[in-house]
Design a protein. Structure first.
Length: 178
């Protein structure tokens, strides 16, 4: 899956990608549960994150229907290159004592905004070449809006696993609006 999130400074994002369909979306990282609406699909996942420490692992079983395993292949977030993580109940089930509960860290919702959105797209299995226009929410936009925008903007390619499907890399376009 490749997701391209355009910041509000991009004047002509339509020239960079051919979308077959468009999803108007909203994302709230939530307190305990992240909530997202992607077109006519909605998703609620526990806001739980667990980084996979061993970078040599190339595939993981997902142990949850309300979560996923994601590998960030490449993209604008160089700090995430070739990193892997579990999201939702997959994170909770994999390591019940050491997963990150986003609601317990005031900056975690901004830091892990991209991981949250990519996990939603993985679980929902959004079709290739879909434009996803995302509006994110924050209870403190004066403090976190710039961090969220910076953390999710750009092009992102991931691989993912869910409980019921192995999905190959996909192409997405996302437009961030605050």
């Amino acid at each position: 899956m490749t997701a391209t999130l355009f910041g509000t400074n991009n004047k002509h994002p339509e020239n960079q990608f051919l979308a077959l369909s468009t999803l108007i979306s909203g994302k709230d990282a939530g307190a305990g549960f992240g909530k997202g609406i992607y077109g006519d699909k909605s998703i609620i996942l526990p806001a739980a994150y667990l980084k996979v420490a061993d970078r040599t692992v190339k595939d993981h079983e997902t142990i949850s229907k309300d979560g996923c395993w994601v590998r960030y292949v490449e993209g604008s977030r160089q700090d995430l290159a070739d990193s892997q993580y579990y999201w939702g109940t997959a994170a909770i089930n994999k390591d019940p004592k050491n997963y990150l509960k986003l609601h317990e860290d005031t900056k975690a919702k901004a830091v892990y905004a991209l991981e949250s959105i990519l996990a939603d797209l993985a679980v929902l299995d959004i079709p290739d070449n879909t434009e996803v226009i995302v509006t994110t929410s924050s209870h403190n936009p004066e403090k976190w809006a710039q961090d969220i925008r910076r953390n999710i903007s750009g092009t992102h390619t991931i691989e993912h696993l869910r409980a019921d499907a192995r999905v190959e890399p996909r192409n997405y376009r996302e437009w961030l609006r605050h």
